[in-house]
Design a protein around this ligand. Structure first.
Ligand code: PAF
Length: 287
């Protein structure tokens, strides 16, 4: 497995793959790998000849109140884990390689997709994501890229941007990987103290509860939302950021659940760890 640091080296390697007729599968990450990341890497390996993983904690997607320096990092462990699933290249640039002095261009995806859900409490976040992903696509030049469905709004934003700007990369979504107790895997779970884990389960349990109510015939999203809010708040230390029933394509809120409705949740635990989760709410056989 190669470790490449500079964008120039990365692009030169990718050009060699193109000449050799090898397809490149790409997994952009901010590191601190868990099973969720490894599943994305394995999927990229199934779909392409070569797998590139970028490892870059992107400063411009963090807000002024979000602690970039506290973001968990462990390069040696990430390297070993990536190698164990057959990654060919880790691209790990420094912030000054990605944003040199004088850098002043950004990519903005329309407000219909970025204003609500996580965009409401994290202004500027999706500009940061869209900008870095565009840069990474231009540097790595992949044929396809795999993103987790846990960041459901991010995936919709990246799909829109890739299509709108003709970036020529196939975007693959990968289902959420969960811990045995249902908690969606996330690098942020490492911030949870033992007693906060129970509260963190409020998200996956709320999702299960919504599915049960929908299966029993409750389709009215405002009534569902009210029940879920009470349910989530019954876990100690939880503050609801959003509970939204949205269309999977437009991300606009819906009044009645149908086969395209996704329940998107964001909950803050003890005022410090903000967790997200999402999923379809209609039973599979009715979708
Ligand atoms: O999902 C992430 O880890 C990041 O938002 C991404 C896509 C790597 C961009 O920095």
């Amino acid at each position: 497995m190669k470790i490449l640091r500079s964008p120039q080296e990365m692009t030169a390697w990718s050009k060699e793959q193109v000449v050799a007729g090898r397809a490149i599968g790409f997994v952009p990450t901010m590191g601190f790998f868990h099973e969720g990341h490894l599943a994305l890497m394995r999927r990229a390996g199934e779909l392409a000849d070569q797998v590139v993983v970028s490892l870059f904690v992107n400063p411009i997607q963090f807000g002024p109140k979000e602690d970039l320096t506290a973001y968990p990092r462990d390069f040696e462990q990430d390297q070993a884990l990536a190698e164990s699933v057959g990654v060919d290249v880790i691209f790990a640039p420094e912030p000054e390689d990605m944003y040199p002095a004088g850098f002043s261009s950004t990519v903005t995806v329309g407000e219909e997709l970025t204003r609500q859900l996580c965009g409401a409490s994290r202004p500027g976040h999706f500009v940061g994501v869209a900008t870095v992903v565009t840069k990474l696509f231009n540097i790595v030049r992949p044929d396809l890229a795999v993103f987790g469905e846990k960041d459901f709004q991010q995936l919709a934003v990246i799909r829109r941007m890739t299509e709108d700007l003709n970036l020529g990369v196939e975007i693959i979504g990968h289902p959420i990987i969960r811990e045995q107790d249902g908690l969606a895997m996330s690098s942020r779970n490492t911030y949870l103290r033992a007693e906060e884990r129970e509260a963190a389960l409020s998200l996956s349990r709320a999702l299960a509860r919504a599915r049960k109510m929908v299966a029993e015939g409750e389709l009215h999203t405002e009534r569902l939302r009210a029940v879920l809010e009470e349910f989530i708040l019954s876990f100690a230390g939880t503050v609801v950021d959003y509970i939204s029933f949205v269309d999977q394509f437009t991300l606009q809120p819906v009044a009645e659940v149908d086969k395209d409705t996704v329940l998107a949740l964001a909950v803050k635990i003890n005022g410090k760890v903000r967790l997200i989760d999402n999923g379809f709410v209609m039973p599979l056989h009715e979708r």
